[in-house]
Design a protein around this ligand. Structure first.
Ligand SMILES: C[S@@+](CC[C@H](N)C(=O)[O-])C[C@H]1O[C@@H](n2cnc3c(N)ncnc32)[C@H](O)[C@@H]1O
Length: 198
């Protein structure tokens, strides 16, 4: 079951602007800065907000949410419906995973490794506090399925395990092999060197 945000790309964009505030623009500008002139592929691209910060021919994305992908394609971005754990990634220099690890947990290492196999550089951006609301059992389920992060792909019982302080998340990125980790507002930015560059 998808929450309202994952049913409507417009509502998703509206909510994201409210939830993330200034961090939203800052995170996409940071990716554009790190990526330089490289071609970027975004795993779990959502409605492709990142595309606005790159030349459209330098951006591609993949997501299982058909409505998001349709919205992104209407905006002119090369996005496809696909599973980031199964489907082949397109050719690109830089792989990006923004705001997605807390959705796919406990498979975050698998995704990062898969991306490192395919790209020269992998950029991961994750808020230290994902969109988690601490509520008792049934209310948490209700919140999640109506207003929360229920993407219709990953179950709440997995997603709710994603609990880190800022410091813990920085350490976790380093443990997973990040070359550099820094804070940007409330986001943790981790850069991994891909196998194609080693
Ligand atoms: C919070 S959104 C982030 C979207 C985008 N990266 C952004 O910055 O706005 C997480 C996205 O991951 C997608 N997703 C989750 N699991 C996926 C999977 N296995 N394959 C493809 N997309 C997935 C969801 O459909 C959702 O659009």
């Amino acid at each position: 079951m998808k929450s309202l945000m994952y049913r409507s790309p417009r509502f998703y964009v509206f909510m994201l602007k409210i939830i993330r505030g200034n961090d939203l623009e800052r995170r996409y500008m940071e990716i554009a800065r790190i990526a330089g002139n490289g071609k970027v592929f975004e795993a779990g691209c959502g409605p492709a907000l990142l595309g606005r910060y790159l030349d459209s021919e330098r951006y591609a994305g993949m997501d299982l949410n058909e409505r998001f992908v349709r919205y992104a394609r209407r905006k002119g971005y090369d996005c496809v419906v696909g599973d980031i754990f199964k489907d082949e990634f397109p050719e690109a220099d830089v792989g990006v995973a923004v705001d997605i690890l807390h959705h796919i947990t406990p498979r975050e290492k698998e995704l990062i490794e898969r991306m490192r196999e395919n790209f020269e550089t992998v950029i991961v951006i994750e808020p230290a506090n994902a969109f988690n609301v601490r509520l008792p059992g049934f209310l948490r389920k209700f919140w999640d399925s109506v207003f929360g992060d229920a993407d219709g792909i990953n179950p709440l019982k997995n997603r709710e395990r994603w609990q880190f302080t800022e410091k813990e998340l920085i350490e976790y990125m380093k443990d997973m092999g990040a070359e550099s980790v820094h804070m940007l507002g409330k986001d943790v930015v981790a850069v991994f060197i891909g196998k194609k560059r080693q």
